[in-house]
Each structure stands twice: as C-alpha cells, then as structure tokens.
Design a binder for this molecule. Structure first.
Ligand code: GDP
Ligand code: IMO
Ligand code: MG
Length: 422
C-alpha cells in the first residue's frame, strides 16, 4: 500500500481542506505532515462550515483516524479551540485523533517573537500569520524545541522555563510589541491538558505499521508549494517543506512509499501576505476575482491578492512535487468573466522565459498572457464532466495540455458535493 498526498501548488488556500474531506472516505488514515495553525482549511457540508488549523481534514468522517504528524508544529491554545468546535458539533474524536510525540510545540513566546520580528521588519515584513511558526521551526532546527511528547516528562516545566528565558533575552533586540504574556501563558498551560488527553503515538511506527497492514493513508499538505522554505519565493515563505518531500520527513515514511501526488490549483491564483506574485492584478478584474471567490484569509481574515493562473509557476511546482494528477478548484468563480487569461511565459529584461528566476523577489517579471473565452453561465448542479459548458471544457483541456498532467477533479463550489470526478 502506498501513501497518497494532497498538496497546494500555488501560495496556499487552493481548497486542500475541501478535497481532503471529500476523499477521506476512501482512506483509513488522514495525516498532516507539516505546518501548523498558520493553515486554515475550510470544509462545508450539511449546511455547516468548519475551519481547521491543526486537525487533519478527515476528522468529520466517522471511521477515519487522523494523525497530526511529527512535521507539524502545535499550539495547544489553537488546538483546544478546534477541539471545542468539534465537541460543539457533536463530532467524536477521542479514538480518532492522534498526535505524534515528535511534533513540536508552539510556545506563547514563539508567537511573541513572531510578532516582534515582523514588527521590526517594517516594509520588509513577510506578512506572517503571527502564529509563531517561524520561531518554532527555528527552535526545532536549532535543537532547542519542546516536543508534544515532552509534556509527559518530569523536567517539562524546567525546560519550558529555560526556553522562555531564552526567548525573553532574544526579544530584547526588538522594539516592544503589545502581548499579554502572562495571560497567554496561563491559557497555554491550561490547554496543555487537552493535548495530554489525546492519544500520543510514535508517528513513524504508527504510519509504517498501518502501511504494512494494508491501510490506505492520505497525507494532507498545508500552505502551498510556492511557500516552501526551499523552493518558494524565499524569504516570503513559511518555515517548513510544503512539497511532497515533506511527507517523508514529516511522517517518517520512505520516498518509495509515496503513491499518487495530487496537486491542487485554483482556476486562477491568489496569495496572502507579502512577496512576489507575477500574475497579480491590481485592477477591477482582480477585485472581481476577490469578490466572486470570497478571497479573504481563513486564518487571518486578510484580503487575498488575486490574479490569473500562472502556468510557468505551476509547471515548476508540478516538477518539484512529482504531481501525478491535478485538481482544479473554484472554477465557478470564473463564471462571470467574458475572457479568462493564463500566463504562459514571463518576460524578463526583454527576454521570454519559462523559468522562475532565482532572484524572483527583486526581478520585474512581466507575464505573457493567453486568453480563452468565458462560459458566462452557472455550473450549479453539474456533476458530470461532459455536462460542463464547452468553453469550460476548453479551458480545462487547455490547462491540461499546457501542464501535461490530467485534471482528475474539478470543484464547482465550496460544498463537499460540488465536485466533478472524472
Ligand atoms: P485550503 O487552505 O487550501 O484548505 O483553502 P481555504 O479553506 O483557505 O480556502 C479555500 C476557500 O475556497 C474556502 O473558503 C472554501 O470554502 C472555498 N472553496 C473551496 N473549493 C471551492 C470551489 O470549488 N468553489 C468556490 N466558490 N469556493 C471553494
Ligand atoms: P493554508 O494551509 C495561505 C503565508 C502567510 C505569509 C507566509 C508566512 O490555509 O493554505 P507564516 O505564518 O507561515 O510565518 O507566514 O505564508 N501563509 C499562508 N498563506 N495559506 C496558508 O495556509 C498559509 N500559511 C502561511 O500569509 O505570507
Ligand atoms: Mg487556507
């Protein structure tokens, strides 16, 4: 048995949560492998809406186990809020939500450091979600971090206090920011009890034994490939490997165990936070995409930057991920447009190129667009690919041909059932 992967091919918010929730019924285990509460994965079904930050999107199915893998960073406060929402909705998670002991903990002072560091950057700020992601991964790689399994150890408080002291001395280099550390710390300590009550596992043994016994596993990515710490638009990225390689380190599985790599792209493109975005539109069309697509962050509520789909960018992330099939989401958002464009190349210093340049953050990239005719009708109720308007089928075929990968699913609305499976 192999482990299939779902990940975002753009700058996040491609609709990963929706697709994972839909596909979860075909799997035994859904596992998050990286990121933390910077993620906001929206699920809609039975007239209800949920936004998950730490918990895998298979939690609303009844049989599936959900693992928070070791590559994830956990803030007990956010996790506790998510668990409350599940309780409120009558979702039982006790035997179905597992946490890898090796997942790292986000401390209140990690959030404080994130805020102070961003504040000090001024105009150069990353546009972080301020969830403490960067500082927590820095402590992980700096070999100072605290892990979920550590909360059961007798020296936990001692280690917590030592790390907090270190953070407080680091904070001295930054101008002060508003943050009620005492109150946040008290809440954090209280919320640790929620984490203590969950089933902690050796994630790598759990996953490999499950694979051996024939269980089907779906790995759920967070963020998008263009936010990958190595291959994204550095330094305007997150602090983890969001690409398929992150599944191996984030869950403890060998590359040979990876099966399908399902890459998700919107029918257009968005980005939230700072950094390069070649196809960004600063005009009415961009506004229209934002309004039609409801493009406001699921975690921070910030308006998302919007633009047309970027084919060189997608070719790049298809390459680094080894994508075997594509899912196109939010195609319904394009219903209102007369014309739909796609960037097919970039012009840099008068030269045409397909490659994303190393210094993308400092380069003026001028996208070269091709346009297709819009369909200008609703896609509501369409469940069969052949029933799509011709212009929508043409657009999908064009993207497939340009990217040389099959689009196996097309999402036509936020709700679980608004999906065309080919
Ligand atoms: P994720 O982070 O990749 O899980 O995506 P988000 O949940 O942050 O953002 C995707 C947004 O688009 C959410 O509000 C979803 O409910 C919504 N959505 C997902 N698929 C579709 C779709 O096909 N059409 C429309 N109109 N909205 C969608
Ligand atoms: P999901 O899983 C969109 C962006 C932030 C910022 C940069 C770094 O919902 O797709 P961080 O908090 O990680 O230090 O922020 O990355 N970012 C996301 N953008 N979707 C996300 O997650 C994101 N997680 C982080 O806006 O630009
Ligand atoms: Mg999101």
């Amino acid at each position: 048995m192999a482990i299939d992967v779902i990940l975002g091919l753009q700058w996040g918010d491609e609709g990963k949560g929706k697709i994972v929730d839909y596909l979860a019924s075909d799997y035994d285990i859904v596992a998050r492998f990286q990121g933390g509460p910077n993620a906001g994965h929206t699920l809609k079904f039975d007239g209800k809406k949920f936004v998950l930050h730490t918990i895998p999107s298979g939690i609303f199915r009844t049989e599936q186990k959900n693992l928070i893998g070791n590559g994830v960073v956990i803030d007990p406060i956010t996790l506790s809020k998510e668990l409350d929402k599940l309780r409120g909705a009558g979702v039982s998670f006790k035997d179905r939500l597992l946490v890898s002991k090796k997942a790292h903990l986000i401390l209140p002072t990690h959030r404080l450091l994130d805020a102070a560091s961003e504040n000090a950057k001024g105009k150069a700020k990353i546009g972080s979600t301020l969830k403490g992601i960067g500082p927590t991964y820095m402590d992980k790689t700096g070999r100072n971090g605290l892990r979920a399994g550590d909360i059961a150890r007798t020296n936990f408080m001692e280690r917590y206090l030592a790390l907090k002291e270190k953070h407080l001395s680091l904070l001295e280099i930054y101008p002060p920011v508003d943050f009620d550390l005492e109150a946040e710390e008290a809440r954090w300590m209280e919320c640790l009890n929620e984490l203590r009550a969950l089933q902690m596992v050796e994630g790598e043994y759990y996953i490999n034994e499950a694979l051996k016994s024939g269980k089907k596993i779906l790995a759920e990515g967070a963020q998008g490939s263009m936010l990958d710490i190595d291959y994204g638009t550095y330094p305007f990225v997150t602090s983890s490997n969001t690409i398929s390689a992150g599944v191996c380190t984030g869950l403890g599985v060998a590359p040979s165990q990876i099966g399908e790599v399902i890459g998700i792209t919107k029918a257009y493109c968005t980005r939230v936070g700072s950094g390069p975005f070649p196809t960004e539109l600063h005009d009415e069309t961009g506004e229209r995409l934002r309004a039609e697509g409801g493009e406001f962050g699921a975690t921070t509520g910030r308006p998302r930057r919007c633009g047309w789909i970027d084919l060189p960018q997608l070719r790049y992330t298809i390459m680094v991920n080894g994508v075997t099939q594509l899912v196109m989401t939010k195609i319904d958002v394009l219903n209102v447009f007369e014309e739909i464009s796609a960037a097919v190349a970039y012009k840099i210093d008068g030269m045409e190129t397909q490659a994303l340049p190393y210094d993308i953050c400092d380069q003026e990239l001028e996208p070269i667009f091709e346009s297709k005719k819009g369909w200008k009708v609703t896609l509501d109720g369409i469940k069969d690919f052949d029933a799509l308007p011709e212009a929508a089928k043409d657009y999908i075929a064009y993207i497939e041909q340009q990217l040389n990968v099959r689009i196996s699913m097309v999402s036509t609305g936020p709700e679980r059932e608004k999906l065309i499976v080919r």
